[in-house]
Design a binder for this molecule. Structure first.
Ligand code: ADP
Length: 591
């Protein structure tokens, strides 16, 4: 981030330098070309103005009135005529003044003869233009008028008669008229003399000031020439290479305020002066300032954009950090919760195991309780064959002593048969009494029913209850824990047995029927039936209507049936007695 900002600042500084120098160079070049053009126009304008008057004195040099006046200076009439003539000429050419000077330098005729400040009688022998003309040359000179105090350019010419110079004619041009056309321009236009005194300028306050401070000798020389009359020449305090083209100058004012100018100059040898244009550099500086401001603004916006994107990036980073932190926290939390859940699951599993164990215990207990109920009739069932065995054995001994071998063999055969039956009963009891695993295996359903019937048979017999089985021509295998299904059936049969106790017709009927992929075992009895109010709670643990009942038989049977993916249902038969239906999915159909 820091490097990007540093780079931006560096880029800004470089751009600033490049832009500033470009604006400066292009502005400077433009100003040079503009100033040069203006200087040329200004110089040409001056030149054309001067040329307008250049030939005038020459034209006047042999005019008869001019000559006559000089020949007869005391002829007043003649002077009048000449004065009028000069005025006429002066007005026609648009000059400031036109006058005639005798050989002594005294003005004898002038266009302004009527004015208060007339030149007539004034001596101009000290003026260089008089000296030049009297020596036979065309005179040219610029100076402040001694009488009028106005700046003028003097054109002089000798008046010649019979090859002799008899006087001098002078035309004065008003220079302030030239200035007027150049006022209001941004650049400063000026004409300076050899001492760099400003003689013509569109900046009035600069007039008759020297560009740089003058030495005492220079000032004395100017004083002696009386070019500027009594006017004291002050200095403007320009610094820089004044005569270079172009040049950069600086004007320092008394308040130490400096202004910069581009200077262009041109020397006009015929007029004996230098034409100058000073163009202020302010426009370039303003352009540069605008450039700097615009560039700074652009970079400021860029910086702002950079800051914004940096801020955005930082925010995104913070967000990402927060997301990672939250994710980590969440992970930890999930881990912790999972650990909690795992320990809870383990706890639950333990509890379930305990519950299963308890249920198994309960099933076993209930089974043993049923066995207890059956025990009396079972022991009776075992005692009877025992007694029979005893009597068959005794008889067999008697038959043996009598050597009745066939009868002995018959008795022994009966004993064998009885012991086999006793063994069968005991094995059935053993099978029923053992703890079941709870695992499901395919078992022939009829086998299980027959085993259960066999178990309760002794009791049925002693209670004189008849039992019938209708297998519905079905021989199917069911996926069950055989011992547990036997237990359910024994429960139902012993409950039915108890229900029919007081009935006149004590009968139990077992029937099988099929319903799609399920087999239904119905145990019907001819008993009292179930009280309608008891029906909803019949399968609740410890619900019993019997004095010595535990109320566990049906609830355990319900549980066992559920474990074997089956169901148990209780209802009353249409006329009398109850019906208990067991539903089980068929594993294989053997029929
Ligand atoms: P218990 O036999 O110890 O009472 P069970 O759970 O086996 O416990 O039976 C609960 C109750 O259901 C019995 O007390 C009885 O009221 C009713 N019951 C069960 N079988 C029959 C039936 N065949 N006929 C009428 N009522 C029955």
């Amino acid at each position: 981030m820091l490097t990007t900002r540093k780079f931006l600042i560096g880029f800004y500084l470089i751009s600033l330098i490049i832009l500033s120098s470009w604006i400066w160079r292009s502005g400077y070049a433009k100003l040079v070309s503009q100033s040069n053009q203006q200087l040329d126009i200004f110089a040409a304008h001056l030149q054309s103005q001067l040329q307008r008057f250049n030939a005038i004195p020459k034209l006047l040099f042999d005019q008869k009135w001019v000559v006559a006046s000089l020949q007869d200076p005391d002829n007043r009439l003649q002077q009048q005529k000449t004065n009028r003539y000069l005025k006429h000429v002066n007005n026609t050419i648009g000059a400031s003044d036109t006058y005639l000077i005798d050989l002594n330098g005294t003005t004898i005729a002038a266009n302004n003869w009527r004015d208060e400040q007339t030149f007539i009688g004034k001596n101009f022998a000290f003026r260089p233009y008089f000296q030049q003309a009297i020596n036979g040359q065309q005179g040219r000179y610029f100076a402040l008028g001694t009488t009028s105090g106005q700046r003028g350019y003097y054109f002089s010419s000798p008046v010649i008669n019979a090859d002799k110079i008899i006087g001098v004619v002078v035309v004065k041009m008003d220079l302030s008229k030239i200035e007027k056309e150049w006022t209001g321009k941004q650049a400063h236009f000026m004409v300076t003399d050899d001492d760099n005194v400003i003689f013509i300028s569109n900046t009035q306050s600069w007039l008759l000031h020297s560009l740089t401070p003058l030495s005492t000798e220079q000032l004395q020389k100017i004083d002696r020439s009386r070019r500027y009359g009594d006017k004291a020449i002050a200095a403007l305090n320009f610094s820089g290479p004044l005569e270079d083209n172009p040049a950069l100058l600086q004007l320092t004012t008394s308040q130490s305020f400096a202004t910069n100018y581009l200077s262009m100059n041109k020397y006009m040898p015929t007029a004996g002066w230098t034409v100058r244009v000073f163009a202020p550099l302010t426009a370039i500086f303003i352009d540069m300032a605008i450039g700097v401001v615009v560039l700074s603004l652009i970079f400021w916006l860029l910086n702002l954009r950079l800051k914004l994107s940096m801020h955005k990036r930082q925010r995104a980073k913070d967000k990402e950090l927060l997301r990672i932190k939250t994710k980590h926290k969440l992970k930890q939390e999930v881990k912790r919760r999972t650990a909690d859940l795992n320990s809870e699951i383990i706890e639950r599993q333990k509890m379930e195991q305990t519950l299963r164990d308890t249920q198994k215990e309960l099933i076993q207990t209930a089974k043993l309780a049923v066995l207890g109920q059956l025990s009396a009739s079972i022991s009776h069932e075992l005692n009877n064959p025992l007694a029979a065995i005893r009597s068959y054995a005794d008889n067999a001994l008697v038959f043996l002593q009598r050597e009745q071998y066939q009868s002995t063999q018959d008795n022994l055969q009966r004993i064998i048969h009885l012991t086999e039956r006793m063994a069968k009963i005991s094995s059935q009891l053993k099978f029923f009494a053992r703890k079941s695993s709870g695992e499901l295996h395919p078992v022939p359903l009829l086998n299980v029913i027959n085993m259960a019937v066999e178990l309760v048979k002794p009791q049925l017999k002693s209670n004189q209850v008849s039992i019938t089985l209708d297998n519905g021509n079905m021989d199917v295998q069911v996926n069950v824990d055989q011992v547990q299904l036997e237990q359910v059936l024994v429960n139902l049969l012993s409950n039915a047995m108890q229900a029919v106790e007081d009935a006149s017709d004590k009968h139990i009927h077992i029937s099988l029927c099929r319903e799609q992929e399920q087999v239904i075992v119905q145990v019907d009895d001819s008993g009292t039936g179930i009280n309608a109010t008891n029906l909803p709670q019949l399968f609740d643990p410890f619900f019993t209507t019997k004095e010595t009942g535990l109320g566990l038989g049906l609830s355990i049977s319900h549980k066992i049936m559920r474990n074997m993916h089956g169901n148990i249902k209780a209802e009353n038969r249409p006329h009398y007695g109850a019906r208990f239906s067991l539903t089980l999915p068929i594993a294989t159909d053997l029929a």
